[in-house]
Structures are given as C-alpha cells and as structure tokens.
Write a protein that binds this ligand. Structure first.
Ligand code: NAP
Length: 246
C-alpha cells in the first residue's frame, strides 16, 4: 500500500475523472475526502471507496466559494487528522463562440475551474507547510495548452491553472510540497458524453493510439504523482491524450 495512513481531498469526486482518481488512491490505502456540489452527490462513491478498506466522507461544497472551501478544509483536518494530497479536479464547461459568450459563461468557468483550485490550494497550504509534506495535483486540459474555438473561457481557466501550478511549485518546494498539472485529452465522461458520435469517431481517428481516453488513464498518473516515487517531480505539466497533440 503506497498511500496508507494518508488523506486526500479530491474535488469533483462524484463521477468521471475525479471518481477514478478517488478509487485509485483508495486502492493504495489512502483515506478520501470527496467533494462535489452536494453532499448526496459526493457520497455517490462512498460505498465503492470504503469497500477498498479506507475511510470516505463526502462533502457538498461550491468550490468557487472561498469561505465554504476554508470551512471544509478545517472539517477534513478535524475528521481525518491531516491532509497529504489535494487533487483539484472539479470543473465545468460553458462552451460557445466568443461573440456569444456572456459574462456569466466567462465568470462561471473562471470561478469554478481556476478560482476553485486557488481556494483549495491556499486553504490546504497552511496545513501542508506545517507538516512539511504535501502533493497538489491540478487537472488542467490540453485545451489550456493549445486553445480551442468555442472554449475561450475554459482554455483561459485551464491555462491559468498551469501558471498557478508552476508558481505554487516554486513557492512551496522548500516545504517539501510538490505541485504538478495533468492535461487530459479527450476522456469519456459526462463532460464529453454530449458530443455527437460522428465527432467522437473523427476524434478517435486523429488520436495516434486510436481510442478515446478512460478516466482510469488519468487516474493512473494522478496516483503516480501522489506516490513517493514522484518525490523529485514538481512544477511539471503532463499530457495524457493518446498522442493527440504530439
Ligand atoms: P464531469 O464528469 O462533468 O464531473 C465534474 C465533477 O466536478 C463532478 O463531480 C461535479 O460535481 C464537480 N463540480 C463541478 N462544479 C463544481 C462546483 N462548483 N463545486 C463542486 N464540485 C463541482 O467532469 P470530468 O470529465 O470528469 O472532468 C474532470 C476534470 O477534468 C475537469 O476539471 C475537466 O475540465 C478536466 N478535463 C476533462 C476532460 C474530458 O475529456 N473529460 C479533458 C480534459 C480535462 P456534481 O456531481 O455534484 O455536479
């Protein structure tokens, strides 16, 4: 067990990539504090996680709210007695072309995808700094590296997350806290589920490994970044996209 007696906060744990990450970490003995928009949603994975023999508590938190995030971090610290890993995974899309993009579309995506990660990072940093130990993993996107028509808000937030990752890595390295970003390509989840089958087929043909990604493909990397073996890796941006952007 690579992560026994550790605790991870995983945001967006209710489904998709966040769920796969929570299960991968739990499979190595890590206790999980799972966050989603509501407690009921966060607890959707409680049974599967606890079946792996670790503790799980689900928290309903709007990650865009700093006060809600601070209160949750205090509660996790009280309940679990430490926070060793933070996975900033929760995210949303509000895709539309630039001229049609409303202030609300822009603000909602920036508040959740970028400010949300800042809120959690600031809140756990004081605990990790005191413990002189910590791993922070930010789930960015290939869209943050390359941009995409119809996703100006999402691309800006995901690119911002890369800047946040590198700055936090530099700022907290002296306290033995590593911070890295993962850029998934096209992963099959609810977020991409609405895309037309024809588009998915075309994408699959463009991907050198000739398949769409699974949440577990991202979770495997998040598990590695959480492990002792990745102790000398920080400030890095790692792409998991089947070779799409080679
Ligand atoms: P998903 O299936 O749509 O799940 C999103 C998760 O985020 C849910 O758990 C949701 O909670 C949570 N969430 C959203 N807004 C929240 C808020 N304000 N407060 C708390 N929780 C919130 O998404 P996914 O495809 O697994 O994506 C996970 C991450 O990977 C996202 O950051 C996404 O941008 C990134 N990503 C995905 C892909 C892809 O192809 N799927 C590619 C690159 C990057 P509820 O269940 O309560 O709604």
């Amino acid at each position: 067990m690579k992560l026994s007696n550790q605790t991870a906060i995983v945001t967006g744990a209710s489904r998709g990539i966040g769920k796969a990450i929570a299960l991968a970490l739990a499979g190595e003995g890590c206790n999980i504090a799972g966050v989603a928009r509501s407690e009921a949603s966060a607890n959707a994975i409680a049974g599967e996680v606890t079946a792996l023999g670790v503790r799980y508590t689900g928290y309903g938190v709007d990650i865009a709210s700093a006060s809600a995030v601070n209160a949750c971090v205090d509660e996790v610290q009280r309940q679990f007695g430490g926070i060793h890993i933070l996975v900033n995974n929760a995210g949303i899309t509000r895709d539309t072309l630039l001229l049609r993009m409303s202030d609300e579309d822009w603000d909602a995506v920036l508040q959740t995808n970028l400010k949300g990660a800042f809120n959690w990072t600031r809140a756990v940093a004081r605990i990790m700094m005191k413990a002189r130990q910590g791993r922070i993993i930010n789930i960015s996107s290939v869209i943050g590296l390359h941009g995409n028509a119809g996703q100006a808000n999402y691309a800006a937030a995901k690119a911002g997350l890369i800047g946040l990752t590198k700055s936090v890595a530099k700022e907290l390295a002296s306290r033995n806290i590593n911070c890295n970003a993962i850029c998934p390509g096209f992963i099959q989840t609810d977020m991409t589920g609405a895309l037309a089958d024809e588009l998915k087929q075309r994408l699959q043909e463009q991907i050198p490994l000739k398949r769409l990604g699974e949440p577990g493909d991202v979770a495997a990397l998040a598990l590695f970044l959480s492990s002792a073996e990745a102790g000398y890796l920080t400030g890095q941006v790692l792409t998991v996209d089947g070779g799409l952007f080679i």
